[in-house]
Ligand binder design. Structure first.
Ligand code: E4P
Length: 217
């Protein structure tokens, strides 16, 4: 499974990248706002750190303008994936931009039918939002499973990029279902290393080590 970092925080991305945890990055207008940086500048810096796809999102609502914005964002670096919303215009933009050989991430996907349309429009990535479905008492992971089944039934090559990940179980469950990629905030990726029994076991070993009176260094 590939790991993308859902963030525009350059320091956090660089730290995870040094650990080999980063296969790509996803950003969105809210994450750009949170970074406090200018979109082109911060995205260029991220692209210089990470080799894999870096998603940068268009903000136009009409296909023609989305295509123009997408082409401009793609000038930032060769590894830009243009993020377009899952609207009718977004699907039109997806078709044109992938036809030009660019990577396109279709975002804000909340149903299997939307994912089916994105695959038909040639999307490189489809981003179903798990957490936002959970927020309204639906099961975001069910959607990941449905899309996996549909894409496998027909051999669609669009990669399933599980997004809106809020908890560590979203990552493991998406992996079990067979999502190709998960994009998670840095804090969720770090939390995946935690387990109460690891902490308890470590404390026990350290107490016993103290009693031996020995030193390694
Ligand atoms: C995905 O590409 C989005 O940037 C992101 O996962 C949205 O997550 P949120 O629902 O926590 O804002």
């Amino acid at each position: 499974m590939k790991f993308f970092v859902d963030s525009a925080d350059v320091e956090a991305i660089a730290e995870l990248n040094d650990l080999g945890m980063v296969d790509g990055v996803t950003t969105n207008p809210s994450l750009i706002l949170k970074s406090g940086r200018e979109i082109i500048e911060v995205t260029k810096e991220i692209c210089s750190i990470v080799k894999g796809p870096v998603s940068a999102e268009v903000v136009a609502l009409k296909a023609e303008q989305m295509i123009e914005e997408g082409r401009k964002l793609a000038e930032i670096a060769d590894n830009i994936a243009i993020k377009v919303p899952l609207t009718w215009d977004g699907l039109k933009a997806c078709k044109v931009l992938t036809g030009e050989g660019r990577m396109v991430n279709v975002t804000l996907c909340f149903s299997a039918n939307q994912a089916l349309l994105a695959a038909k429009a040639g999307a490189t990535f489809i981003s179903p939002f798990i957490g936002r479905l959970d927020d309204i008492n639906l099961d975001g992971l069910d959607l990941i499973a449905d899309i996996r089944t549909i894409y496998d039934n027909y051999g669609f090559e669009t990669e399933i990029l599980a997004a809106s990940v809020r908890a560590v179980n979203h990552v493991s469950e998406a992996a079990l279902i067979g999502a190709d990629i998960v994009t998670a905030p840095p804090a969720v990726i770090r939390k995946m290393a935690e387990h109460p029994l690891t902490e308890k076991g470590l404390q026990g070993f350290l107490r016993d080590w103290e009693k031996t009176g020995q030193k390694i260094l």
